[in-house]
Design a protein around this ligand. Structure first.
Ligand code: B12
Ligand code: SF4
Length: 461
């Protein structure tokens, strides 16, 4: 991981949760279902496999093709993994996919260890790429965008074709992973599954670089079938990790109704990441009955003026009301906040944000320092203003280094001040005695206690 904060204190997300790599699981499931290729998944983070271990696996398995999922902030390790694959077997084909590919295809392809990239939905495109590698055919005409090297030239073929009918995809390949390795502070039982019930997001928040603006939903029946598929494997906690789950409250009601009609009734808990608009009493009532235990709200800023500037299309009143209403129906809430927007002019602004986060009285709060990726409106504005260096991220991709320090927006507050306030936000929020007592009283199981104690140590260290 790159370094998001400029001091030694940074929240170690690994202490709080470890989620299954859902993108890779989708791609693997498609290969298993629609091809004769043999496929394995290595989640080196969850399995705690170091580079030596990885090299051993490469030597033993002798893969013909290695596909690596990539985030820009993990690119140092993505490239190291590609290098290791090539070192073990110089003829292996290394293909990179994932959210990073949208941002820096050219810079990524400068690395000779990377043979190709797939930009966007990977299921169909990766299968076709492998088929063509096997039969020695050209990549032109593949269903999706492929970037590859032809001699000295980097060639890009195909156009973005999002998979419209998400119901047609096989469910993520859970059987290729050890589900015991995944955990989270939020859940009550020790194993959980993450679900993407839709892809993309139609909103245009200025700080967010969601690559896919085309919103596509799965049918309620297909979502319930996926939950049952996990349920039959003993999983009882479900996390909806869509960019945009509650696009309407009707959608949530419909999913809840179907859960209540199924054999999962009264036996599962679930949570979703949602917006504070599109929340209604009817929705919360039935969602609670169907096992919804928590909603993670993206609030981000603490005034209507600020929310307007970031085009969040919500008001702070809606945030207070939705948290309050969820509480009324027995659903826990977590709120997300961003420190250091360009309109946060002073330390006092951040303290006011922290106070608002405390006043809103959600069960949890997560604070981050503003991090901008190319591709979002705010990044472009900041570069235009001269407040961010245009090539910082692309230079990192060209020459990734360990513990790379992310450039922060420091026109108003220095990196040290922001990092201090980031820690201060967590401490002020989580060290309140009233808060600690409330949380202790709500713990229901030993695995929940273990997960929460682990998270508390990470936050309060
Ligand atoms: C859910 C989510 C989370 C969850 C869970 C993450 C997880 N490990 O599952 C939480 C909330 C914990 C989280 C945290 C963070 N996240 Co996040 N997250 C997302 C989100 C909303 C959805 C990811 C997802 O599950 N998508 C669904 C699957 C099906 O799609 P997919 O992964 O893209 O996979 C498809 C294709 O990309 C492709 N593909 C993927 N891998 C591969 C591999 C090969 C070989 C091939 C061919 C194809 C391929 O095929 C897949 C199927 O079509 C994305 C936004 C987005 N829409 O991408 C951000 C996103 C990935 N997160 C992001 C960031 C920055 C973070 C944080 C660093 C934020 C922070 N500062 O704390 C942390 C880091 C956490 C960590 N330690 O990894 C950024 C990454 C930006 C970048 N360019 O690197 C994104 C894009 C959001 C954004 N716009 O800023 N995140
Ligand atoms: S922050 Fe959320 S609502 Fe806004 S564009 Fe990104 S995913 Fe959509």
């Amino acid at each position: 991981m790159v370094k998001w904060s400029a001091n030694d204190w940074a929240l170690d997300l690994g202490e709080i949760s470890s989620f299954p790599p859902i993108g890779v699981m989708y791609v693997a499931a498609y290969l298993k279902e629609y091809s004769h290729h043999e496929v394995i998944i290595i989640d080196a983070i969850a399995e705690k496999i170091n580079y030596e271990g990885l090299q051993k696996i490469f030597s033993e398995v002798k893969p013909n093709i290695v596909g690596i999922t990539s985030f820009t902030y993990t690119f140092y390790d993505v490239l190291k993994t590609a290098q290791l694959a090539k070192k073990t077997n110089p003829t292996v084909h290394v293909c990179i996919g994932g959210p990073h590919t949208f941002l820096f295809p050219d810079e990524t392809m400068r690395h000779p260890e990377v043979d190709s990239m797939i930009i966007g939905d990977g299921e169909i495109a990766f299968k076709e790429l492998i088929d063509r590698i096997e039969t020695g055919k050209k990549f032109e005409g593949i269903n999706g965008v492929v970037v590859y090297r032809n001699g000295d030239k980097i060639v890009r073929v195909g156009e973005t074709k999002y998979i419209g009918d998400l119901d047609s995809l096989p469910f993520p390949a859970i059987d290729l992973l050890d589900f015991k390795k995944y955990y989270s502070t939020f859940g009550r039982s020790s194993s959980m599954a993450t679900i993407c019930s839709s892809r993309g997001c139609p909103f245009k928040c200025t700080y967010c670089q969601v690559p896919d603006k085309k919103y596509r939903m799965r049918s309620t029946e297909n979502i319930i079938d996926e939950m049952l598929f996990y349920y039959d494997k003993g999983i009882r906690d479900f996390y909806f990790f869509d960019d945009m789950f509650n696009i309407t409250s009707r959608r949530v009601i419909s999913i809840s109704e179907k859960i209540l009609e199924s054999r999962m009734k009264n036996n599962i808990t679930w949570l979703f990441r949602g917006r504070v608009d599109n929340i209604s009493a009817d929705m919360l009532r039935i969602a609670r009955m169907a096992g919804c235990k928590q909603i993670l709200f993206g609030v981000e800023d603490y005034t209507d003026g600020g929310l307007k500037k970031i085009k969040k299309m919500i008001t702070i009143k809606q945030a207070f009301q939705s948290v309050e209403l969820a509480k009324k129906y027995g659903i826990e809430t977590s709120t997300n906040w961003i420190l250091g927007f360009p309109h946060h002019k002073s330390k006092q602004d951040i303290y006011d944000l922290i106070d608002t986060a405390i006043r809103i009285n959600s069960d949890y709060a997560q604070f981050s320092i503003l991090q901008l990726f190319p591709g979002c409106e705010m990044y472009r504005e900041c570069v235009k203003e001269g407040c961010l260096t245009p090539d910082r991220w692309s230079n990192f991709v060209k020459n990734p280094i360990a513990n790379y320090q992310v450039e922060l927006y420091t026109k108003n507050l220095s990196a040290k001040e922001l990092s201090y306030l980031y820690r201060e936000a967590h401490i002020r929020y989580y060290r309140r005695i009233s808060y600690i007592l409330r949380r202790l009283l709500r713990i229901r199981s030993f695995s929940e206690l273990k997960a929460k104690a682990r998270a508390a140590l990470a936050i309060l260290k």
